[in-house]
Design a protein. Structure first.
Length: 318
């Protein structure tokens, strides 16, 4: 019996997208590869007919999904500590620490956020991906939402798809920006390095807004606002315009401390073992209570210590 039963009326803004891309955007809890498998297996129909994954949408189509969800397999509850900012019958919000993988996968069957959620909230075992609606990268810290009921899951995914959920991040980048701005550049899989994303022609539309919070001698602290939510979006966009995030192992290139910095700052930059990116603010409409909620998570100790080192080296310009 199908355990994924979803119906969509394709919105005009999705016109021109491939069917598998659009469904992956509408159901971010499932990978695009799994969605493609469903389409090829005949589990997705458009007005009763079975389409191809590559079919381009025109807008207004009625799409039905009746598929088997990926089974949790060995996903087991584990008593991993969580910083829970909010919890009710429909919504959970946590402050995810850096270093915590979100989903179990090959090589990470335990010790993940899903394992922790299943321990603290056993009822999540009945939901796809234990209720996770969106992800943060392993080494990105900060605020993250989880649906606790199927209706809430549907409504939160819909808010994401319609760009109605506000997400703001803090980032420390290499280089000194004069002013804020917007990066609007499509993102897709890197043509040669399949574990990386890149700005590519034909990629999915992606928009990142940023403004300067502090300037230092060789670095800048930014606040970034996502208008879209592509994989590694902020990391890819900032690197593409020449301001990679400090400590980013994929998009920052070989770390080269600026000439003339103090031994303390040199050591601090070398020892910062992750990308300096923190999800600070999440704004959403509660899926059942319908009130607008704002959740904030202060940058963790390692991020704050890095900023303090930069301030000590070169007092902020703003």
């Amino acid at each position: 019996m199908s355990d994924v039963s979803r119906d969509f009326l394709i919105e005009p803004e999705l016109a021109g997208m491939r069917l598998d891309q659009a469904l992956a955007a509408l159901m971010p809890e499932y990978s695009r590869s799994l969605v493609k498998e469903w389409i090829l297996a005949g589990a997705v129909t458009i007005v009763g007919r079975v389409p191809r994954p590559s079919e381009r949408l025109k807008g207004g189509e009625a799409v039905a999904v009746r598929a088997e969800a990926a089974k949790p397999g060995e996903w087991l509850p584990e008593p991993i500590a969580l910083d829970v900012l909010h919890a009710d019958a429909d919504l959970i919000v946590i402050d995810k620490p850096a270093g915590l993988v979100v989903h179990p996968a090959v090589g990470n069957r335990s010790g993940t956020l899903v394992n922790a959620l299943l321990h603290h909230f056993p009822d999540l075992a009945t939901l796809p991906r234990a209720g996770i609606v969106h992800r943060l990268d392993k080494d990105t810290s900060g605020v993250m939402m989880v649906a606790r009921s199927r209706p809430a899951h549907t409504l939160l995914v819909r808010q994401l798809a319609k760009r109605r959920i506000g997400r703001e991040y803090q980032a420390v980048v290499r280089g000194v920006l004069v002013a804020g701005g917007t990066v609007e550049a499509p993102i897709g899989r890197h043509p040669h390095h399949r574990t990386r994303m890149a700005v590519v022609e034909g990629g999915r539309a992606a928009i990142t807004h940023f403004r300067v919070l502090e300037r230092f001698g060789h670095h800048t602290r930014l606040r970034c606002r996502l208008e879209t939510g592509r994989t590694h979006q902020i990391r890819v966009h900032l690197a593409a315009v020449g301001y990679p995030i400090v400590g980013d192992p994929l998009y920052g290139g070989r770390p080269r401390p600026p000439a003339g910095v103090s031994p303390e700052l040199r050591a601090g930059l070398a020892s910062f073992g992750r990308q300096a990116l923190h999800a600070e603010t999440l704004t959403l409409v509660h899926p059942t209570q319908r009130e607008t909620l704002v959740f904030r998570a202060r940058p963790p100790a390692d991020f704050a210590a890095l900023v303090a080192l930069l301030r000590a080296e070169s007092p902020a310009g703003e």
